[in-house]
Each structure stands twice: as C-alpha cells, then as structure tokens.
Design a protein around this ligand. Structure first.
Ligand code: NDP
Ligand code: HSE
Length: 436
C-alpha cells in the first residue's frame, strides 16, 4: 500500500457532498484497502462556511471560493458536487487546466458540455469519471464502459429519474397528490435544485444522453433528445393503463436503428409483467440489450445521499488505482476511444417507431368509431385493441392501443381526428413499449 494519501478537493457539501464525506470517513479503512492508499478530503468549497466547518472539523481547508480548492497544489482529484452548468463548468475546466482528475455527479454539466470537457481531459491525459451522474448508486456507467464492451448494444431503456418514479409510485400506491409527492421527494433529497428538471423529464434526458453516447460511441447530443415529462399526465390514464395491463413509467429510451438512433424520454405504458413496471419509489432500473449478452438489468437506488455517494467514492477509488496508468490505456470516458466516435444521426421524433395509447372524448352516436378507424387506417396505423367508457348521457371516452406505428403517421392521424365535429377533447397520446 502506498504511503501517500490521495488528496481530494470537494466542491459542494450538500446531499451528495455530505454523503461522500460520510462514506469516506466511516469506510476509510475499507476504502484504503481497496484503493491501495487512503483517500482524504483536504479542501472543501461551499456557500455556508460555518456549517461546513461544523461537519468536517478544523483540519480541512474550507472556503467559499471553488477556484481556491481547484488551484491548490496538494489536490489530486477535484470532486464537483455543486450542480448547474455555469460555475461547475468553470471549476471543472480549471481543474483540468491545473492537471487534476475530476469526479462529478453532474449530469446537466456533462450532457451540455461533455464533449468540451472530455476533449480537454483527453488532451491532458486526465480522468473524468461520472458514475454518480446516471442512476445514482447503480454502477451502470461501469457496466456500459467495461462490462459490456464485447457487445454491439441494440437498445436500452430505463427509469433513470428517482423523483418522478417516486411521485408516480406515491400517487398510485398511497393516493398522494402530485404536489404532496413532489414535496416528499424534495424533503428526502432526491429532487434537483430546480425540480422542474425532474418533473419535465430534463434530468432523465441528461442521463439518457450520456447513456446513448456510452452505448453507441456517439458524441453527447442533449439538444437532440425528445423530452416529455410527467406534469401533464392525467390520473385517468393511469387507471386506463392499469385496466389494459400496463403501468405508466417515465422511461428514457435509446435504440439503434439502421437509419439512426432514437433518443427519447417520455411517460410510457409498460406491461405489468416486465421488471421495469415493478420498480417503485426512488429506485432506478436500466435494461440494456446487447447482441452477445442479450438482455441485462441493473437495479438500485437512483438518488439520495448515501447511494449517490457510493458511486462518487467508487470513482475516487478508480482514480486512486489508475492515477499512475499510461493515459493512452485508461478506460475511455464514453466507452469508445475518442478517435473512434461516430456521427450516426439522432432520428427526429417523427421517425420513431412505437406502439401508441390514444384517448379522446367523443359524442356517443353511430358512425363515430367507423370514422376514427378510417383515419387510423388511412395513416397506416393498425389498432391492437380498444375500449369505450360512457361519459354522461351523450358522450364516451374511447381508448385505442395501436400496433407498432411511425410517430409521424400518428401525428398526422391525431391532426385529422382533432378536426372531426364529434370529437370533444384533445387527443391524449402516450407511447407503449413491450421492452422485449
Ligand atoms: P445540494 O444543493 O444538496 O448541494 C449543493 C452544494 O453545493 C452545497 O453544499 C452548496 O453549499 C454548494 N454550493 C452551491 N453553490 C455554490 C457556490 N457558488 N460556491 C461553492 N459552493 C456552492 O445538491 P446535491 O448534493 O443534491 O447535488 C449535487 C450534484 O449532484 C448535482 O449536480 C446533482 O444533479 C447531482 N446529483 C444529485 C443526486 C441527489 O440524489 N441529490 C443524485 C445524483 C446526482 P452550501 O452547503 O453552503 O449551501
Ligand atoms: N434528481 C435526480 C433524481 C437525482 O431524482 O433521479 C439523481 O440523479
């Protein structure tokens, strides 16, 4: 075991930073046995210096200025746990400039600026590790970057936002309102500083963007992701989904097709018998399908203090172990060698192929169903099943499940349906995935 400890500069001591401090402190001996040397926090940057000093004591340098930490000559690894993509970007870029390895849990930062950050790190032969940025404590990055390297990955689908999964579970299982469930998720430390990132699917899209790069060897392209969150999800659709044998989950899905790559986050009807349908609370799960291995599934806590710290500390141990390795032989940031990335296009949403759930309210009179069926047929959409529920004396809600269809065709059908005189609501459209 080396006698010189690895010195860490911790930017942020909130939910994840505090958890990282706790894990490094309480498991110090076990971690040193694994890393081959001890890992010590030497400096911390926070806003509330007094609060931080109460936690870390007098031996650790505490400052409000992250740059002071990043520029300290004794720091080997900078751990960025502040969040956001402005100050965090400045600090990470300066850390690399100063020759420090970087560990971060910040998916927003990497989804938007990953290409720039990885290029800067590569130029300096430095590591940037981000296990905690995707699916909290689940070692999904490690699995994709190392465990599945033999495979041509076909697709992956995951519940990769703990807050929204928690909200959907609490609404369904405990009858909580959306607002109550979100407040609980915030209290438990799952939500982002701006919880609209969770609720509107942005956080899941940040993570999916990184997973797609790891799966297919493409640059990070968050701006091309399709994003739809859960804020407009109606309780009645959850009820209808149940009746049809499905559960609604916010999924991130990326799939390799001949003509490009699908990259999308949206509420999805998942058959109840699939494992992903049973993932409740803040748990995350990612299903990855590789041509050699077939289906694999990764499950665990997707958010919160200690699970996320588990991933941060695992990255720290990796850096401690590999610090001396020849940079050319380190594991590549995005699983593929930087000069072997490809520019396979991300497909527009109109080219995505899925099954669809459509719900609309209509006047309950002869010919209505026939007209709807004609429009769907004209747009090449085949109906898998349908049912109708009366609404008052004169109206009915009609629910269709389609077979696989092109999203552009579904858009066209919805536009036509919306002009029919007997249609009395907006058409609700949700996507359905068999996950087989
Ligand atoms: P918190 O809000 O709990 O903590 C943020 C920390 O950053 C605080 O310690 C805060 O200081 C410090 N900070 C904020 N602004 C500054 C600044 N200008 N200068 C110095 N320090 C500053 O966030 P989380 O721990 O929840 O999240 C951190 C990162 O981890 C984010 O990128 C998030 O997306 C990611 N993440 C979070 C998970 C979770 O479950 N919470 C899970 C996975 C990833 P002070 O304490 O003084 O306020
Ligand atoms: N806000 C995120 C979530 C934290 O709820 O999943 C973990 O990345």
């Amino acid at each position: 075991m080396s006698s010189r400890p690895v010195k860490v500069g911790l930017l942020g001591l909130g939910v994840v930073g505090g958890g990282t401090w706790k894990v490094l402190t309480r498991n110090a001996e076990e971690i040193a046995r694994r890393a081959g040397r001890s890992i010590e926090v030497a400096a911390v940057a926070v806003r509330d210096v007094e609060k931080a000093r109460r936690l870390v004591g007098g031996d650790v340098f505490v400052t409000r200025d992250g740059l002071e930490v990043v520029r300290r000559p004794d720091i080997d690894i900078v751990v960025e746990l502040i969040g956001g993509d402005t100050l965090a970007r400045e600090l990470v870029m300066e850390a690399l400039n100063q020759g420090k390895h970087v560990v971060t849990a910040n998916k927003a930062l990497l989804a938007k600026h990953g290409n720039e950050i990885f290029a800067a790190a590569h130029a300096k032969g430095l590591m940037v590790l981000f296990e905690a940025a995707v699916a909290g404590g689940i070692p999904i990055i490690k699995a994709m970057r190392e465990g599945l390297t033999a495979n041509r990955i076909q697709w992956l689908a995951g519940i990769i936002n703990g807050t929204t999964n928690f909200i959907l579970s609490e609404m369904r299982l405990r009858g909580l309102s959306f607002a109550e469930a979100l407040a609980d998720a915030q209290r438990l430390g799952y939500a982002e500083a701006d919880p609209t990132f969770d609720v509107e699917g942005v956080d899941a899209a940040h993570k999916l963007t990184l997973l797609a790069s790891l799966a297919f060897g493409i640059p990070v392209q968050f701006d091309k992701a399709y994003i739809e969150g859960i804020s407009h999800l109606a309780g009645e659709d959850m009820g209808h989904a149940k009746r049809l044998g499905y559960r609604i989950k916010l999924l991130g899905i990326t799939r390799r097709r001949e003509d490009g790559i699908e990259l999308r986050v949206h509420p999805t009807l998942v058959p109840v018998e699939r494992v992903l349908a049973s993932v409740e609370g803040a748990m995350n799960a990612v299903q990855v399908y590789g041509d050699a291995v077939g289906g694999t599934l990764y499950y665990g806590q997707g958010a919160g203090e200690l699970p996320t710290a588990s991933a941060v500390v695992a990255d720290l141990v990796d850096v401690a172990r590999l610090q001396a390795a020849d940079p050319e032989h380190q594991v590549p940031y995005l699983a593929f060698q930087p000069d072997a990335m490809v520019d396979t296009p991300i497909l527009p949403m109109s080219e995505v192929v899925s099954s669809y759930y459509l719900r609309l309210r209509v006047e309950d009179r002869p010919g209505v169903l026939a007209d709807l069926a004609h429009i769907l047929a004209d747009c090449s959409i085949s109906i898998g099943s349908m049912f109708q529920e009366p609404h008052g004396a004169d109206d009915a809600d009609i629910i269709f499940l389609s077979h696989q269809a092109r999203e552009g065709d579904v858009d066209q059908a919805i536009q036509k349906i919306q002009t029919l005189p007997f249609v009395k609501s907006e058409v609700t459209r949700l996507r359905v995935e068999s996950l087989l």
